[in-house]
Design a protein around this ligand. Sequence first.
Ligand SMILES: NC(=O)c1ccc[n+]([C@@H]2O[C@H](COP(=O)([O-])OP(=O)(O)OC[C@H]3O[C@@H](n4cnc5c(N)ncnc54)[C@H](OP(=O)(O)O)[C@@H]3O)[C@@H](O)[C@H]2O)c1
Length: 239
Amino acid sequence: MNIIITGASRGIGRELVKRYSKKADKIYAVARDGNKLESLAGEFKNVKPVVLDLSDLKSVRKFGKEIKNIDMVICNAAISLPHSPSFTPFEDFKKTMDINFLSVHALLEGIVPDMQKRKRGKIVLISSLASLVGAPSSMPYSASKRALNSYAQSLRNLLAPNIKVINILPGFIKTDMTQKNDFYMPFLMELDEGVDRIQKAIEKNYKEYAFPKRLYYLIKFFNMLPVSLQDKLLQKVAK
Ligand SMILES: NC(=O)c1ccc[n+]([C@@H]2O[C@H](COP(=O)([O-])OP(=O)(O)OC[C@H]3O[C@@H](n4cnc5c(N)ncnc54)[C@H](OP(=O)(O)O)[C@@H]3O)[C@@H](O)[C@H]2O)c1
């Protein structure tokens, strides 16, 4: 089995590389930090570092078109700008959309036709529970992840039944991404536990998997409230 994992240098992606290194023939570990990728490759001989900036969409498309015989792609890399009440500058918005959303299609553009020819493959998208609420203080992150949810639904039904598409919506997990948050993160989870759940969803081919359930159902309940009440609550949180 040949796997691509993006965002492989740290956090969830790095842990996924470690776990899949026991099962895979080859793992293409994608990120910008070459030193961190080299240290992974030193530990696991089947890990091949791919130093690539996912905001460079031209290079991402080139990589996706050149690589062949991929059985699974885990599109995990993302950025989250520090939460801020100020209106996001265009450049920051574009960067977030490029890395978190457009780079996924740029990568898959070359890989999906190859999977279609081979009539098999698995595509895993790492979205977020943040995709289910338009948080005022992290507009680009919520928007990029909501776009990913729509993309996942389209892709899953376009590529069924031969190619499996799995969309995962985690809550808060302890990584560099959450370390910089200075607000209360309900049900914050250890990295190991979060990756256990992600791995289970991948192995069991869940179409969509949101966790932890307590936070997921709270958000579902929130989304059933009248919009005016949702807005009141969101404006309180934003201040
Ligand atoms: N942690 C959470 O609570 C949480 C919750 C919900 C969803 N998620 C999602 O889970 C995924 C992993 O998050 P994480 O918490 O593990 O984040 P993280 O610790 O911040 O790691 C992010 C990874 O993405 C890579 N990356 C960032 N910008 C990149 C770029 N321009 N080009 C290539 N790679 C880039 C980073 O590598 P380099 O810096 O070396 O490039 C790093 O390996 C993300 O999609 C995130 O949105 C996380």
